[in-house]
Design a binder for this molecule. Structure first.
Ligand SMILES: [Zn+2]
Length: 213
């Protein structure tokens, strides 16, 4: 009780020193509340016994691309900027020369900047470390992002077919593919936000409040 052994604890996610009862890691933002993660003693390693192990790269890619697509669809800021700056390059003649390249370039310019911003923000605010695994929705993000990538791929392939009939056919499928996908991504994003809100509701972490080492 009164004897304070000078044991240094470390974060299971990034390995940096943390206080024994810290609610979160000051370095990477990993939350120790409501999760299986906790500050570890020297020599201890984290064993992912439950589903609360850190999310994998495939899940992270699905979430970043999916949320980026959702934002680019709801707020097509990137599309306006592209049209204003590169409108002369992406003019109809380019579309005629190579419709597939035109679609790939315009889709890339629309969605990738949004995904990039999402990725940077998620990293800055340690979203993947903060969200409890109960709020990750891997199926919603995996399925939603896969459907959108498949749809975009189908549109690019259809654009190479002369005549425009294939493109029209793919476009007519969009309500049955895009809307469910956007709905899945929307629900998944809302759950992510709720998860972050929960980890933020914890008392703020004060580094080395009791240590003083
Ligand atoms: Zn950490």
């Amino acid at each position: 009780m009164s004897t304070q052994t000078p044991v240094s604890y470390h974060c299971p996610n990034c390995g940096k020193d943390v206080a024994e009862r810290a609610p979160a890691c000051a370095t990477c933002g990993a939350s120790f509340e409501g999760l299986g993660w906790k500050p570890l003693k020297p020599g201890e390693t984290y064993e992912p016994a439950r589903d609360d192990s850190p999310p994998g790269i495939f899940y992270k890619a699905c979430v970043v691309l999916g949320v980026g697509f959702l934002i680019a669809t709801v707020l097509p800021v990137g599309a306006y900027i592209v049209q204003a700056t590169l409108g002369s390059i992406l003019n109809p003649s380019f579309r005629k020369i190579s419709p597939a390249v035109y679609y790939v370039v315009s889709m890339g310019l629309n969605y990738l900047p949004a995904a990039l911003v999402v990725g940077v923000c998620f990293r800055r605010f340690s979203v993947f470390q903060r969200v409890p695994y109960t709020h990750r929705s891997p199926v919603l993000f995996g399925l939603g992002t896969s459907l959108i990538i498949l749809y975009l791929f189908a549109r690019v392939v259809a654009s190479t077919v002369p005549g425009g009939g294939a493109g029209f056919a793919v476009a007519s499928f969009s309500p049955f593919v895009l809307w469910p996908a956007l709905l899945m991504l929307g629900i998944g994003s809302a759950k992510l936000l709720i998860g972050i809100g929960r980890s933020r509701a914890n008392p703020s972490f004060q580094p080395t409040a009791t240590g003083g080492g």
